[in-house]
Design a protein around this ligand. Structure first.
Ligand code: UDP
Length: 310
């Protein structure tokens, strides 16, 4: 297939690009490089099945050739990034989604939208099933991301219902692994860098809030299965094993072999208290579940951060 992927130089999309190329597809990577990096795709330089277009998908993209699939993954995704880039985040979720959908419509291509567990907000039920409508503060600092993604889900469904476009929606839960930016502000790169530099772990709030961390190779396997499926309603993709931030700090300190030292920082506004996917739908419909456990994934990520100058 000829597959266009927005945000292709980003953390998750660049791993997905690797998989798609391995599977024999032609990949057109579109990225404006505001949070993505050419380093993530430089190993494809000279590959005849790969093309990079530097472009902001929030503006119209004129693409002449045929396309079989459009994957819309572009967006700042770390809370630190999207709070620093609030307008760009709202634009890529709204204008960017329209542009990506229009491109798919024009080419008669299939479409996949990468949504997020953030659409559940600070959830009042756990684990979160796809049927849960969420608990989102529409005017809080995280709303630029949460509401943009919710709007994009609505737009994707409208193109399906109104134009008959063949669409899919995945909801990605916390994912980690090589190629995360060391300064992107998320908890896994923060803790690994703090451990490697001999600094204490910064624990926001009491550290008892939970997240469920999925290793990136598991995630992209799930995305590829969703692409090949006929499931058009949202599917959660994430690792259902839930950890507190203190437990995560313990795992990282064990792996880097340093004493566990922590300092407290204020909890960011509207920081979700718990997050854990119910993945029964992905298991049943895609035959998918994560296989990389946290210790193994953190070990690989630590190795990558060491090899890539922390
Ligand atoms: N967090 C933390 N220390 C850090 C960075 C984040 O305790 O140095 C917490 C943050 O408050 C949140 C969780 O870790 O409860 C996950 O944050 P992240 O930014 O990775 O992603 P989120 O799941 O909030 O989008």
């Amino acid at each position: 297939m000829k597959i266009l992927i927005t945000g292709g130089a980003g953390f998750i999309a660049s791993h997905l690009t690797d998989l798609l190329l391995q599977e024999g597809h032609f990949v057109i990577c579109v990225d404006n490089l505001i949070t993505g990096s050419l380093h993530n795709i430089k190993h494809h330089e000279g590959n005849k099945s790969f093309k990079f277009i530097e472009h902001d998908i929030s503006s119209h993209l004129d693409y002449k050739d045929k396309l079989d699939f459009v994957l819309h993954l572009a967006s700042p995704a770390s809370p630190v990034d999207y709070m620093e880039l609030p307008i760009e985040t709202l634009e890529v979720g709204s204008l960017g989604t329209f542009n990506a959908l229009e491109l798919a419509k024009e080419k008669g291509a299939k479409f996949l939208f990468a949504s997020t567990s953030e659409i559940y907000g600070d959830p009042l039920v756990s684990p979160q099933k796809e049927e849960y409508f969420g608990n989102v503060n529409s005017i809080g600092p995280r709303s630029v991301y949460d509401e943009a993604k919710r709007f994009a889900e609505a737009t994707t469904m409208a193109y399906r219902r109104h134009y008959g476009l063949d669409t899919r929606i995945i909801r990605i839960f916390n994912t980690y692994g090589p190629r995360m930016r060391k300064n992107d502000g998320r908890v896994v790169p923060n803790f690994i860098n703090q451990a490697l530099n001999g600094n204490p772990f910064t624990i926001y709030g009491d550290g008892r809030q939970t997240r469920s961390f999925c290793y990136v190779s598991d995630l992209v396997d799930g995305i590829y299965r969703a692409m090949k499926s006929d499931i058009h309603t949202p599917i959660n993709l994430g690792n259902p094993n839930e950890f507190t931030m203190i437990e995560l700090a313990e795992v990282v300190s064990r792996i880097v072999a340093i004493p566990l030292e922590m300092i407290s920082k204020p909890l960011p506004e509207d920081d979700p208290k718990q997050r854990r996917p119910d993945i029964s739908k992905a298991k049943k419909e895609l035959g998918w579940e994560p296989v990389v456990q946290l210790e193994e994934g953190i070990l690989k990520t630590v190795k990558w951060f060491k090899d890539n100058g922390k």
